[in-house]
Design a binder for this molecule. Structure first.
Ligand code: BTN
Length: 258
């Protein structure tokens, strides 16, 4: 285990890098379950994840040493768990901001609802937030982030859909530089939430939505339908307009992009 100290704010200051583990989210969860005294902002980073987890039971594949795969420990105090979508907003935007600064302006960085980060129509990063609640209060939030940086070959089933910073620019990136930059962005947005400035972040999140106001094909209950994304509710539901006539809100399991 390698322990690094980090010059900057509290996010990422306590950085624990492990050569190989199943999943950084699971590792952090286990540490917390065993009452390890970890300060808020602790990051568990893996060079290699053997069972990286994605959303909705999917797997997250990342070539060892090529990308960023880490989990961040946050303990939100001033946001109620019922408003947990605010964290998704803060973290998604931090990734968008970081990538927008790293990439030439010609690239289009978007958030595919709820929290996939896309560049030029391909996925570059995914976020898996796991909340540990105590009654109505938040004990911890584990923010798992996978960001494709230097990987250029992907497994066949994601080849058409995945991208990385290197694929987009032809350049090799320093993982720790990007990590530090991202931690700073996360910290600013997270503190924005804590000071209740989240209406601003929420507006920025909606503006960055992939296919916002464009007619898009979805699957709803196995049926193909056309609708237009018009926004997101404060609880994180996707608002879709049908026939410029009525708007319906959907949870993550109720609608899928085709
Ligand atoms: C997704 O888009 O499906 C979410 C992917 C999240 C992947 C990251 S990699 C670090 C952390 N540990 C995990 O097991 N998953 C997240």
């Amino acid at each position: 285990m390698q322990k690094n100290t980090f010059s900057g704010g509290f996010v990422g200051r306590n950085l624990i890098t492990l050569p190989s583990i199943t999943s950084t989210n699971d590792y952090l969860k286990e540490k917390l379950a065993n009452s390890a005294p970890l300060p808020e902002g602790t990051v568990i980073m893996a060079v290699h994840q053997t069972q990286g987890k994605g959303q909705q039971g999917a797997q997250w594949f990342s070539e060892p040493g090529e990308n960023l795969t880490f989990s961040l420990l946050l303990s939100p105090k001033s946001i109620q768990p019922v408003h947990q979508f605010a964290l998704t907003v803060a973290i998604s935007l931090a990734l968008v901001e970081c990538l927008t600064e790293l990439l030439p302006q010609s690239h289009i960085v978007k958030i595919k609802w709820p929290n996939d980060i896309y560049v030029d129509g391909r996925k570059i990063a995914g976020i898996l937030i796991e909340n540990m609640l105590m009654g109505k209060h938040w004990k911890h939030a584990i923010i798992g982030i996978g960001l494709n940086v230097n990987q250029t070959k992907f497994p066949e089933f994601v080849r058409e859909k995945a991208t990385s910073l290197k694929m987009l620019t032809g350049e090799h990136f320093d993982l720790m530089e990007i990590f530090q930059h991202l931690c700073q962005r996360i910290e600013v947005n997270y503190e924005g939430l804590e000071s209740a400035a989240d209406a601003v972040l929420f507006g920025q999140y909606v503006n960055k939505l992939y296919r916002l106001n464009e007619t898009t094909e979805f699957f709803i209950d196995g049926v193909k339908v056309n609708g237009k994304i018009v926004g997101v509710s404060p609880y994180g539901k996707l608002k879709v307009d049908f026939n410029n006539d009525h708007v319906v809100e959907f949870g993550i399991k109720e609608i899928a992009f085709i």
